[in-house]
Design a protein around this ligand. Structure first.
Ligand SMILES: *Cc1c(COP(=O)(O)O)cnc(C)c1O
Length: 409
């Protein structure tokens, strides 16, 4: 679904200030293959290789951009620029009427993992006595974060993602944390509506954009203060690295997150950062293929009597579809459903040939797992989280239907 793509581009891209920029690309694929690349320079590679450096030559005054490897690294800079261009393309920011001087440039900070990025926002923004609203059906490590926040004297309120339930918990809160679509339940909430309500009460808003990716959803455009994600999943898509990021347009908020990154030191290695940037070139190809496979799979599963609780935000009869259709440009590669029992689910997973029984999601090779085995999510014993890869749709669907048939008795 690309119905937001006809938005006209302005003549300059504020994320690349200081460079003579030709008319910027328009489509997501065009943007993805060029995102964050430096201006072409004779005899230089298109994407400069990873810069392995703990320190940089620094005579005289110790000023940046590159001083010490925990603070900045040129390989991060290219990746951060790339993610920023995808999270909030110039034309998306321009539409928000951010003033005569144009939209504030988005600033992105990369981290060692998604959890490092999430913790950086929460722990840099919240103080003892503050209240924060978290989803009660979000990523499985959030309850651990919740315990830690509570130990620091921060009041944690929780609400489910579906049905704008978080609206009722906002009074007096300092920050609202949204995860949409939620993992693994795939509920969706109205980011714009929640962000407006939170801002009216003086609360900041952060959105976990992991499942959608920036090509599926642009939280900053929808009014969020922070777009935060794990780059471990579909953003990089090969299951070979951990990464996280925070994108934000407020210089003061970004400075606090940057300071947190410095004192905690949860920084990505240059090799991971470079691999991530290399992977971004195929983001649109991977996302479109994998998401189409997810839809094909969901349509096939819907016909199966042993499958219940089928969820995919891109299915027109899914409870999430109406809101998802309004705020998402693509619906993700994750499908969730239930089989009648734990034993059936285990036999099904074992019978799959093209799908690895593994956690995580978003990779080019399909994976699936019985989510209940971790114990953290409120799901049934037969609940399966399925991540569609980039295989041929016919092969993938055939493998799943065969595994269901073979394990029926
Ligand atoms: C995986 C995931 C995270 C955590 O990311 P890591 O890179 O594993 O630390 C956070 N949020 C969501 C929605 C995730 O799926």
């Amino acid at each position: 679904m690309t119905d937001a793509e006809h938005i006209p581009e302005p003549a300059t891209d504020p994320t690349r200030s200081g460079e003579a920029t030709p008319a910027p690309p328009t489509g997501d694929g065009t943007r993805a293959v060029r995102a964050g690349l430096p201006e072409p320079a004779k005899y230089e590679p298109t994407l400069p290789g990873p810069v392995f450096a703990a320190h940089f030559h620094l005579p005289g005054e110790p000023t940046g951009p590159y001083t010490y490897g925990r603070d900045e690294n040129p390989t991060w800079t290219h990746l951060e620029r790339a993610i920023g261009e995808l999270e909030l393309p110039a034309e998306a920011g321009g539409l928000q009427g951010a003033g005569e001087t144009g939209p504030a440039p988005v600033e992105t900070l990369v981290f060692a993992s998604g959890m490092a990025a999430i913790s950086a926002v929460l722990f840099s923004q919240l103080r003892a006595g503050d209240a924060v609203v978290l989803p009660d059906d979000g990523y499985q490590a959030l309850p651990l974060v919740r315990e830690q926040l509570t130990a620091y004297g921060i009041e944690v309120r929780t609400a489910p993602t579906g049905g704008d339930a978080q609206l009722d918990a906002l009074d007096g809160a300092r920050l609202l944390w949204i995860e949409t679509p939620s993992n693994p339940g795939l509920d969706v909430c109205d980011v714009r509506r929640l962000a407006d309500a939170a801002h009216a009460r003086g609360a900041l808003v952060a959105v976990d954009n992991t499942l959608a990716t920036p090509l599926g959803q642009r939280p900053l455009e929808l009014g969020a203060d922070f777009s935060v994600a794990s780059g471990t999943k579909q953003l990089t898509g090969h299951g070979d690295l951990l990464l996280g990021y925070v994108a934000c347009r407020d210089a003061g908020l970004t400075a606090a997150v940057r300071r947190w990154r410095k004192i905690v030191g949860a920084v990505p290695g240059p090799m991971e950062a470079w691999l991530a940037h290399r992977s971004l070139a195929t983001l649109q190809l991977r996302v479109d293929r994998q998401n189409a496979n997810a839809l094909a799979l969901a349509e096939a599963l819907r016909e199966r009597p042993e499958v219940t609780g089928l969820r995919y935000p891109g299915l027109p009869d899914d409870p999430s579809y109406k809101v998802a259709r309004r705020q998402m440009r693509r619906f993700g590669c994750v499908v969730s459903f239930e089989l009648p029992s734990r034993a059936r689910a285990e036999r099904f997973l074992a019978a799959l040939r093209l799908v690895d029984d593994a956690t995580s999601f978003g990779g080019v090779r399909s994976t699936a797992e019985r989510r209940g085995r971790w114990g953290g999510d409120a799901v049934a014993e037969g609940f399966i989280r399925f991540s569609a890869g980039a295989e041929d749709a016919e092969d993938l669907v055939a493998d799943v239907l065969r595994a269901l048939d073979e394990t029926a008795h």
